[in-house]
Design a protein around this ligand. Structure first.
Ligand code: SAH
Length: 328
């Protein structure tokens, strides 16, 4: 819901100042229409229904994967595409994967989003509307900024959205912002006054040469500087930094590379590695096999680096990490 438009319409009607909060509380609890907002005067409900659409996003398509993962393809009012994904886990967790931009200006070679045209940053309302779409189906408890875009290039809107996510039942400690390693953004997250959300770093390579090849942004923000920024964040926030490491066969999955990664990630209490099975896109990469991933994980653990393997969700509907390219 466009919160600014809501404020404008309420102000025009000289409504009492608590009305905006009332409307938001209903939306955050999953209301699907103004008619449900029974503590608002009925004339106001009618005006709002005419003038303030419940969502700023149009839903273009939905897809349901065999594992229960659901993808929604939206467009903004100016026709920009974006996607959001609801992951349903067996332990009951309901996690929404949010986009922060339509497309992405970075050009990571393995990621489908990087191949589509970058359109623009999303507003806080457009980010929240992705979550509200799924809240209308069932209560959510986790959010990850791992959809389209680089959240630290749109940090004001991302933080504004994070401030309202608790009203949907998503606590800051259950909210994760994932970054390619945009240092000014990491530093801002360390310093800002708001609640601590979790930080994930897409690392993907244990040396600068390979990382720059996979992620051109590494030329601007090299590995060691990025890891130092993460250490500063940890110093301030006292939470572990999740390191995401995509497993690409024959590229970054060798035993020596696991050892190099373990050497990089010191001190031991700062980082936790999440190994990511590669999800097919149109790129030339192939994912590492299960066994190679397990050997890599064991090598990290032996050297005292905690490492887990990410559960892959929604591959059959192109909803998995790196597959979001608004193909529908
Ligand atoms: N720009 C941010 C947010 C997007 S997160 C970031 O890069 O962190 C998307 C996550 O999915 C990142 O860790 C990204 O590296 C990973 N990813 C991209 N393409 C993938 C693919 N094809 N298979 C699995 N993970 C992928």
């Amino acid at each position: 819901m466009d919160m600014q438009l809501l404020d404008t319409v309420l102000a025009e009607r000289r409504e009492p100042s608590f009305r905006a909060a009332q409307v938001w509380a209903w939306a955050a609890r999953g209301a699907g229409s103004y008619a449900e907002m029974t503590d608002l005067p009925s004339a106001l409900r009618e005006t709002l229904a005419e003038r303030v659409p419940l969502s700023c996003l149009d839903l273009d398509r939905e897809a349901l994967a065999a594992d229960g993962t659901e993808k929604a393809l939206f467009s903004t009012h100016d026709g920009r595409p974006l996607e959001a994904v609801l992951m349903r886990f067996n332990d009951g967790r309901r996690s929404v994967c949010l986009s922060s931009q339509s497309g992405c200006p970075l050009t990571c070679t393995f990621c489908a989003t990087g191949t589509m045209k970058f359109a623009r940053n999303l507003t806080a309302s457009e980010i929240l509307d992705q979550a509200l779409h799924f809240t209308r189906k069932e209560p959510l408890d986790h959010a990850v900024f791992m959809g389209m875009g680089e959240p630290l290039l749109n940090l004001d809107s991302v933080l504004a959205a994070c401030e309202r996510l608790p009203d949907l039942g998503i606590h800051p400690s259950s909210t994760t912002i994932s970054t390619v390693g945009w240092i000014p953004g990491i530093d801002r997250l360390a310093e800002h006054e708001g609640p601590t959300v979790r930080l994930a770093l897409s690392l993907h390579a244990p040396d600068d040469a390979l990382r720059s090849e996979l992620m051109p942004v590494n030329d601007r923000f090299p590995l060691h500087d990025v890891l130092d920024a993460c250490r500063r964040w940890h110093e301030r926030r006292r939470r572990k930094v999740f390191v995401e490491y995509l497993m690409l066969a024959g590229v970054n999955d060798r035993y020596e590379q696991a050892l190099a990664l373990a050497r990089l990630l010191s001190p031991r209490n700062v980082f936790k590695v999440n190994l990511i099975p590669y999800n097919p896109t149109d790129s030339d990469f192939e994912g590492s096999g299960r066994e190679a991933i397990e050997v890599f994980r064991a090598a990290l653990e032996e050297r005292g680096v905690p490492a887990t393997v990410r559960l892959t969700r929604g591959r059959d509907i192109d909803a998995a990490c790196g597959q979001l390219a608004a193909r529908g």
